[in-house]
Design a protein around this ligand. Sequence first.
Ligand code: FES
Ligand code: FES
Length: 215
Amino acid sequence: MLDPSDLELSRRHLLIVGAATLAVSSIAPRASSAAIDPATPTGTPVMTKVSFDVNGETHRLELDTRTTLLDALREHLHLTGTKKGCDHGQCGACTVIVDGRRINSCLTLAVMHQGDEITTIEGLGTPDALHPLQAAFVEHDGYQCGYCTPGQICSAVAVLAEVKAGIPSHVTADLNAPVRLTNAELRERMSGNICRCGAYSNIAEAISEVAGRSA
Ligand code: FES
Ligand code: FES
């Protein structure tokens, strides 16, 4: 049988361990926020010059090195067609095409794109001469609020190029056969572009129509 003094000892031990845990957890957030503070000790941003082509035009900018490509496009070049949805790489609203590949522009720093060729929704077509995908989205009612639409269309441009180049996806069953844009392929390849309005079936119809025409 336990002596009452043993019980007192374990209770004290438990209290000490608990207090130590609390102390560590209350210190941790302060330590981590200090670790990720991107400002210099004086709080002055570090500026860097960068130049890249956007929609065929060369732009030279001097930017805070922390500026994302999305913010450079929207806030510095005023190309607001590219949208900021989540700012965390999860919705695809900020999709642009860089050197032929689609990327989430919120997940990349502008200064990493020295010399790159960037295409945004503004570079795909004009109101008088829509890109075939823009026209198909209008024809098939592939949007409701339209917020995701620029990213959807930039992604779809890249998807059509991927299929044409025979690049397989995660759901491609036969790697030796020519790649076809089946419903499963389309949904897999466009899965990074979220539509909060749920216009998916019309979006899929619009892209399939253009894919069928260009096959
Ligand atoms: Fe870039 Fe959502 S804003 S993925
Ligand atoms: Fe509204 Fe897609 S049309 S989010």
